[in-house]
Design a binder for this molecule. Structure first.
Ligand SMILES: NC(=O)c1ccc[n+]([C@@H]2O[C@H](COP(=O)([O-])OP(=O)(O)OC[C@H]3O[C@@H](n4cnc5c(N)ncnc54)[C@H](O)[C@@H]3O)[C@@H](O)[C@H]2O)c1
Length: 256
């Protein structure tokens, strides 16, 4: 296969939830491959964290709430005003690292709604808004972000795991509806991955965490850069005949 099948030069990517964590790593990986990136978050974004030393790429910060349809429409309109196209969506924003674990027996419906509004509805709204542009272009790559917790049925995370099930479900429907328009829709499902935020959390200490890491076929801690190869593959023409799929990136913890 020719190496230009992995080329992302001059492609325009939107990454949601890009202020920190995995989203911030995806932004750098896309910039490194020559894409222009619109980094979107509800929280302030520091663009100085990204290296655009080559000078041929742009990293633009944009405030948006993925759970709000008007905000999502504005995110896409601003992207088009700036770059005139939208080639890649990394649908990554979620209520994730800050989420409190709790038993389903005490989980309140308001907390369920809060998680669903961002993780499920927000993913749908961004997918829909990007797809409307990509259908007109006749081409596009959508990468939704799920989680390995959907495969493991992680206890005390019912709302989160259910929201990621919704993401996998919408990926399959969207793949079937959008295939004829030259758009691929796939899912990336990270396993537990060390970010600056999670480093502070109790999930990254104790025997339960160590056992989890040891059970991986590649028995080491995961770092954000571990996700970037699969993300770039799904963003590139090299994956043009792959759609509706979920790639679990967890060192072989879960095997489907
Ligand atoms: N880190 C992991 O171990 C892990 C494992 C499995 C899946 N994931 C998934 O990967 C993605 C990134 O995870 P992370 O660990 O970097 O999470 P994180 O919580 O560190 O980052 C999420 C980002 O999304 C932003 N965000 C939240 N609500 C938003 C909204 N309404 N609109 C716009 N932005 C919003 C936050 O401000 C934050 O910058 C998430 O979808 C998460 O579910 C992460």
């Amino acid at each position: 296969m020719a190496s230009d099948r992995f080329d992302l030069r001059d492609q325009v990517a939107v990454v949601t939830g890009a202020a920190r964590g995995l989203g911030a790593a995806y932004v750098q990986a896309l910039l490194d491959q020559g894409a222009h990136v619109v980094a979107v978050d509800i929280n302030p974004i520091d663009t100085a964290q990204w290296n655009v030393a080559g000078g041929d790429v742009a990293a633009v910060a944009m405030a948006a709430d993925v759970a709000d349809p008007r905000s999502v429409d504005e995110m896409v309109s601003s992207t088009l005003r700036k770059f005139a196209r939208l080639d890649i969506l990394v649908n990554n924003a979620s209520i994730a690292a800050d989420l409190k674990r709790q038993s389903l027996l005490v989980m309140e419906s308001a907390e369920w709604d809060r998680v669903m509004s961002v993780n499920a509805r927000g993913s749908f709204l961004c997918l829909q808004a990007a797809a409307r542009v990509m259908v007109k272009q006749g081409r596009g790559k959508i990468i939704n972000v799920a989680s390995g917790t959907f495969m493991s049925g992680e206890p005390r995370m019912l709302h989160y795991v259910a929201s990621k099930g919704a993401v996998i479900g919408m990926t399959r429907v969207a793949a079937r509806e959008l295939g004829e328009h030259g758009i691929t829709v796939n899912c990336l499902a990270p396993g537990l991955t060390m970010t600056d935020t999670l480093k502070q959390s109790a999930m990254f200490s104790g025997q339960a965490y160590e056992t989890r890491v040891r059970r991986r076929a590649i028995a080491r801690e995961a770092v954000p850069e571990d996700l970037c190869g699969a993300m770039l593959f799904l963003a590139s023409p090299a994956s043009d005949f792959i759609t509706g799929q979920t790639i679990v990136v967890d060192g072989g913890g879960a095997m489907l």
